[in-house]
Ligand binder design. Sequence first.
Ligand code: AMP
Ligand code: MG
Length: 413
Amino acid sequence: MADDDRLRTVDEHLALVLDGIGTIDPIELTLLDAQGLLLAENVRSDFPLPSFDNSAMDGYAIRAIDTREASAQEPVSLRVVGDIAAGASSRSGMGPGLAMRIMTGAPIPAGADAVVPVEDTDRGMAKVAIRRPVHTGQFLRRAGEDLAAGSPALAAGAALGPQQLALLAAIGRDRVTVRPRPRVIILSTGSELIEVGQRPSFGEVIDSNSYMIAAAAKDAGADARRVGIVTDDHAKLLDALESQLLRADVLVTTGGVSMGAYDVVKEALSELGTVEFTQVAMQPGKPQGFGHLGNKIPIFCLPGNPVSSLVSFEAFVRPAIRKLLGKRSLQRATVKATALEGASSPFGVRQYRRGVLHRESAGGYSVSFVGGPGSHLLASLALSNCLVIVDEETTEVVSGTEVTVLPLLLSNR
Ligand code: AMP
Ligand code: MG
């Protein structure tokens, strides 16, 4: 915290949060479970790729020297002494002046040093006519030309997408050691909350935050789990958190961090001394709690209003999840867009407004605001596809000028 009484900035709070995020031990996963994760080992191949010399074309395996005199007028005729299909398990061989019919991917017979594609021949079965000279190595895929035996295939830190998973499979790895998805446990607090599926009585509110935050955490790459609702009760909250500690890499609560008389998250966790409650110069999302429980499990205590909760998640929890995943870029990429309307914003506060980002047909983006300042406005939140960031210095967004936008794109991980 700054020594004057100004609020902590978003960047200061984020730096503090990230400082409190450690690492998770790597685990071994099967290939498709490892998709989207970062490799935590250097992978070498035990064998070469391709593992045997093979044909790049359907055609005839021949000796290049035998075709030296070939021309369209006087084709060279070679006797065809066999057929080799892909998957042929024994290595065949052939002598000078001979040819073997060969399919793409089939092993090159001993004695052959080139392949003539079928379309450059008369497609003969007993004898084949070749109309032009072939150079040694033509249409031949050499063992190890892709990857030599023992050489590095992928380095620790590589992101595992389809291309990388293909290579791992090709070199015989069905499991790899990766940085795991952090297990994020989400807990909603509030005595007014009920589960979705129940009909709210007067004064009751259906818990929507845990769905929103679980979805956002999953989208950020976490293995997210909601554990439901805890009433505003000191002991019950501590029990609920305690019971999750062994299952969590990150805990997230929503609600109960403001100045109200029943803001139990703040009351109960402040006493432990390992979770700090502070005010950040942002709107919405001013009250924030962050610290550790149990064996250094990070806990985020986000404000309960849905918009505040999501903005807080984007500002602090998402980068923390990305850090645990080992990702280098922790923040979403922002884009510049032309504001289609004006807005005012308090000085010294970073304001996040919900927006609708449009891609202009002429190129570039424009953005309109959606929903008012109220952080309880879920319907307009659901219409938005981005957050417009109005920085601390800006007090007036003028229509037609450029603003910074955080597109809330789905990762479709
Ligand atoms: P709090 O931060 O606990 O003071 O809650 C602020 C506002 O957000 C209140 O109107 C709550 O009813 C609402 N709220 C808190 N938690 C949730 C939740 N899990 N789902 C939907 N609304 C919530
Ligand atoms: Mg509450």
